[in-house]
Each structure stands twice: as structure tokens, then as C-alpha cells.
Design a protein around this ligand. Sequence first.
Ligand SMILES: [Zn+2]
Length: 426
Amino acid sequence: MRVLGGEPVDIRVEDGLIAEIGPGLTGGAGAEVVDGGGAIALPGLVDLHTHLREPGREDAETVLTGTQAAARGGYTAVHAMANTSPVADTAGVVEQVWRLGREHGHCDVQPVGAVTVGLEGRQLAELGAMADSAAQVRVFSDDGKCVSDAVLMRRALEYVKAFDGVVAQHAQEPRLTEGAQMNEGVVSGRLGLTGWPAVAEEAVIARDCLLAAHVGSRLHVCHVSTAGSVEIIRWAKSKGWNVTAEVTPHHLLLTDDLVEDSPVGAYNPIYKVNPPLRTRADVEALRAALADGTIDVVATDHAPHPVEDKETEWSAAAMGMIGLETALSVVQEAMVDTGLLDWAGVADRMSAAPARIGRLPGHGRPLAAGAPANITLYDPSARTPVDPAAYASKSRNTPYEGMTLPGRVVATFLRGTPTVLEGKLT
Ligand SMILES: [Zn+2]
């Protein structure tokens, strides 16, 4: 295997740690040998933004199936979003999710705590109790909804400072997006669908960057989707403010004209997602921002929905796409094969940076002796037709069906134990 695409080496793993990396290593008596061939070795991927749906929507996904999907995608840790039922807004619920992860997880599961009670945007949730719980929550988000009240957002930012937490904002001005169905632009005008304007995202990001600077706290911006948002985040970073941001794989590849014309027809709700798919110019700006570090992280926003919620008319369909099992391939297509990012860059944006932002010290470390053996082996030369029937996820709402994506996760190791071998769950 080749660490970050470099020279061929062997990796010797002992007691869950990387013991040695170098050419021509032998395992010694009783050693298990996994032949990585020419695969690229990356530090195990970390997702800052996964919807596991348990508790409450086990028909869409469970901790078991969601972490199986994660392992197949090369992930060794995922952050589970708080918009479950009940909402993860107390120490009890985040501990329940954390425990489910320990019992059933094919990767580590780090719960995200809600910012407000019931995601209702009226009253701060028990942030301190969730931070002090067994789950040790550090990321707080009302994702799915925006913390639109500026006073509540300010208080949340102030509160999380005490335990080095971060508020991850789903930036969507609610009044500007009432009834919104897709990106507001030429295509929405032609189709007569209510638009979700870029300014509804950008206005909240600008406000929150200013608030984070004002109180001296950490802000993370979820799923950045517009060129204007990139400009604002670049400006906030240039000021030295503690702002980080993520982009999803689908916003790096797909555009809003798919709603009008696609291989799976017009008005196919498979392309309905929040924030919506934007324009080619937005995609180009997001790719450039991920390449230059303005956007720190690729996060999947893996959002499983059962068939009956997705295969319905556009206006009634649920928003969201699954993404764990295709993320690395989409990033290869959008960023690596285009020459924008090398494998060291991929390791940073999909492992080191999300682990750092989420404060997961056991993940995202460079592959070196002494580090936990969280390792993803990836063959970039494979060409894999997307087949949702083969996915571990309980849901099938992938926008890539019918496409052939580059690359394949060959194996995933969680603290030295394989969770995936030869592309299959162990
Ligand atoms: Zn969101």
C-alpha cells in the first residue's frame, strides 16, 4: 500500500496502534497479513455530519446500518446529528446514542447535541450537561433547522466556550426560504418552483461570523453551498476569527439544472436536498475553496429517507441524500482527478480537520508509529457503477444511481480491527 499515495510500504499494527511503517516488513509468527496491493492508505475518515436516524426513524437508518455504511465508505468515526426523535437535547438522549454506537457501531459514533430544546429555537438545551455526560459532546447543532434567533445564537456561542465546544450552524434564514423547493435562479424560474435564495444562507453566515468574533467563540458552518458564502468565510478567516466550514460531496459535483433535466427524468426528488443543489459557478467556487482551505472539511450530510418519503411528487418529497458510501469516490472525481487536491489534502479535509473540529483525539492522526490504527485502504483506479441495492445503508436515496464513480474502499480498520475487507463488511 502507499501512504497518501507515496512509495509502497507495509504497515505493522499491534494492540490497535500502528507499530511500524516501512518497506518489506514481516509480521512475525501468528501475524495476520492483509495485502493492500497498490491501494492508497489514508487515516480513517471522520464525518462531522451524519444523520443516523436512531432513535425514532429506524425505518430510514439505525446506528448499526448507518455505521456499516460509514465503514464501507472508509469512515472510522461519525458525528450523529441531533434531529432524532426524541431530539438529542439532553444528557440522557446523547448517552443513549453514544451507547448504541459502542454496542452496534462499525465505527465510533460521537453524538451531536441540539442547541435548543426540541430544535424549536426558543430555549437553550442543556449544553453543559451534554458536555459533561459520558458522550462528552463538543459539537452542538440544530441541523435541519437554523438557530435563527441572534440572541440564542450568541448565548450558545458564549456557553460552549466553557468546554471548548463549537456551534455548527445550518445557515438558513427561515423567512427567506418559506416553502422553498430548490435553488432560486434561472431553473427555478423556468420550472415555477419556489426558490431557496443564496442570500438566505449568506446572511446567516455573515451574522454568525460577526457573533463568533464578538464573543470570541468557535463557529462551524454546515454544508456551505454558495460562492457568496465562500467569500464571507474567506473574509472571516482573514480576520483571524475562529470559523470553520464544511461542504458536502454532492455540492462539489451536482447542479440545480438536474431538477429540470437528468438521466432519471425531470422533477426527480432524488435531487431534492437542503441546502439545494446550486449552479455550476457555485460548484467551481466550492471546489476552489476546499482546495485552498477556506472550506476545511468534506462532510457527507448523509440523510437517509425511506422510499415512500422520497419517491413521491417533488413538492411532497423529503429533502436529503445518502452519502457515506460514495463520499470518497465523489471527492476523487471532483477534487483529485481534476488536480485540485492531492491525497494528503484529502486526508486533511476528510480526516484530520473534522477530527480536530469535533475534538476527537483518537482520530485524524497522521499514519505514523504510535498513532491509533484507524486506516482506510482505497483503490483509486477502480471504476464502480453505483448500485444502491449493494449499499449497507437502509435507505436508497443516492443521487448517483446510474453513474460510474471512480475508486473503491478496499478495507477499513478501526483501532487495528478490520470493519471492511475486500470491499465487504467483516
Ligand atoms: Zn443541515
